[in-house]
Ligand binder design. Structure first.
Ligand SMILES: *[C@@H]1O[C@H](CO)[C@@H](O)[C@H](O)[C@H]1NC(C)=O
Ligand SMILES: *[C@@H]1O[C@H](CO)[C@@H](O)[C@H](O)[C@H]1NC(C)=O
Ligand SMILES: *[C@@H]1O[C@H](CO)[C@@H](O)[C@H](O)[C@H]1NC(C)=O
Ligand SMILES: *[C@@H]1O[C@H](CO)[C@@H](O)[C@H](O)[C@H]1NC(C)=O
Ligand SMILES: *[C@@H]1O[C@H](CO)[C@@H](O)[C@H](O)[C@H]1NC(C)=O
Ligand SMILES: *[C@@H]1O[C@H](CO)[C@@H](O)[C@H](O)[C@H]1NC(C)=O
Length: 390
């Protein structure tokens, strides 16, 4: 409980450093809107690991938001699928668009979905193709298979594209060989498929990627974060492009000296070689260190260098950095979205509001899928009473 003693020392001066941020209640934003409430007979935890995508490559569907999550069905004999929900009003209301079923393994699409829209053509897939990465796992959890599916009609129908990485039993124990937690990003006319990998006997777990220029065939497994101590487990890589050709990768780091699963990050001009960069712990100006299942986005607003926003697994708050990830420049702001296991972030069209999606907590008996927004730009105080007298 190193974490709590570390926090206690910093709590006294934390409130003095808080800027004038508005929250969703004040801006008419999204305040814990429910996307999906699972039936009570769903298998606990019922939902987890929510992901969202803002469509922006097709006039008809621009600004539609899609959402998906891990969906623990009640019928243990049927294979799970990833639901695709849609919002046409910026996240205020939601309905089902489609379901992505396992088309090849007979196992279901069980864990860790991720949605992505191609902004440039890759191979025979045009810009605007929606990609879904995820972990196909049989009911006995004996294997893990990271997959790629694609939709050429904005997420209404889906087709299997390719297998990316195959691993062993789906348990996070050292010595087992699963693969986990895919994340996609285009770079250099190719797609980078990042994931967590327990197959290398030298590492309990490491972060890796594979690259494809046609989405069908995949290059070799390349290390992104691998620590020399076997028991150390970097996990859950998320990457965003920053100004000046830089990229940030956040990850959780079991083995960190600050706290188990401390949020760490690396900056690189080459998103295929984070292994050459230094890993920094995210330590905020109030002394807090977030931990568990981080997510990050960059938005161009909030300062000359824009704002990096980082979420974690243990807090409602998000962390901001207006200086391209400089250590010592992280501050913390409130949100109205509860902590979840692996919340995700999405920059909304105005670019000041970030949509936070949560699917609940590990083992949760009351999980549902919710979204809230947080405005990351400080607002001048509104002198409403003075204006009214003029
Ligand atoms: C679970 O609940 C849903 C909705 O309440 C119901 O339609 C369904 O039949 C139930 N399934 C089982 C297996 O009990
Ligand atoms: C489904 O299977 C899991 C693991 O096999 C078990 O823990 C759970 O209770 C089952 N759920 C239902 C509704 O039968
Ligand atoms: C792309 O499409 C063309 C024309 O249909 C076809 O000849 C080619 O084999 C396709 N390439 C791949 C990688 O599927
Ligand atoms: C881009 O990809 C090509 C091959 O497709 C490779 O030769 C080149 O080195 C790559 N450039 C960078 C900056 O990674
Ligand atoms: C990645 O970094 C680790 C730690 O610095 C190092 O031991 C390892 O050799 C590197 N891997 C590659 C492929 O460069
Ligand atoms: C959001 O703003 C409202 C109205 O000013 C306030 O009552 C509420 O406590 C704020 N919530 C958070 C999480 O800061």
């Amino acid at each position: 409980m190193k974490f709590f003693s570390l926090l206690a020392g910093a709590a006294a001066f934390a409130s003095t450093a808080v800027a004038q941020y508005t929250n969703s209640t004040q801006t008419g934003g999204i305040d814990q809107v429910t996307i999906f409430t699972p039936p009570s007979n769903y298998t606990i935890p019922r939902t987890l690991y929510a992901r969202t995508l803002l469509l922006n490559q097709d006039c008809e569907e621009d600004n539609v938001i899609l959402a998906t999550w891990e969906n623990y069905l009640y019928n243990n004999n049927s294979n799970p699928y990833f639901p695709i929900y849609q919002s046409y009003d910026g996240g205020h209301t939601w309905s089902e668009r489609s379901r992505v079923y396992d088309q090849v393994n007979g196992w279901g699409l069980r864990y860790q979905p991720f949605l992505y829209e191609l902004s440039e053509p890759i191979g025979n897939f045009s810009a605007g193709t929606i990609l879904l990465a995820g972990n196909s796992i049989p009911q006995d959890l004996s294997e893990t298979q990271l997959e790629l599916y694609a939709s050429t009609d904005k997420g209404y129908t889906w087709k299997f594209v390719s297998h990316v990485a195959h691993g062993g039993e789906a348990l996070p124990n050292n010595g087992l060989t699963p693969v986990w937690e895919p994340f996609l990003m285009t770079y250099n006319n190719s797609l980078i498929y990042y994931y967590s990998d327990q197959r290398d006997p030298r590492y309990g777990q490491k972060l890796v990627h594979q690259i494809s220029s046609d989405l069908l065939t995949w290059g070799p497994v390349v290390d992104d974060v691998a620590y020399d101590t076997y028991d150390f487990r970097p996990g859950m890589a998320i990457v965003s492009a920053l100004p000046f050709g830089q990229y940030i990768m956040t990850y959780e780091f079991y083995g960190a000296k600050e706290v188990d699963f401390a949020v760490y990050y690396r900056i690189s001009t080459d998103p295929t070689n984070f292994n050459a960069s230094v890993g920094y712990p995210l330590v905020a100006t109030d002394g807090s260190v977030p931990y568990g299942s981080p997510y990050n986005v960059w938005t161009p607003v909030g300062g000359a260098l824009g704002t990096i926003v980082v979420s974690c697994g243990n807090l409602e708050e998000v962390y901001l950095n207006h200086n391209l990830g400089a250590p010592g420049a992280w501050t913390k702001i409130n949100t109205v979205e509860p902590a979840s296991y692996s919340r995700s972030l999405l920059v909304l069209p105005g670019q000041e509001e970030i949509l936070i999606a949560g699917g609940g907590v590990l083992g949760g008996e009351h999980n549902s899928v919710t979204v809230s927004s947080v405005d990351v730009v400080p607002k001048a105080p509104a002198f409403a009473r003075c204006d009214a007298r003029k």
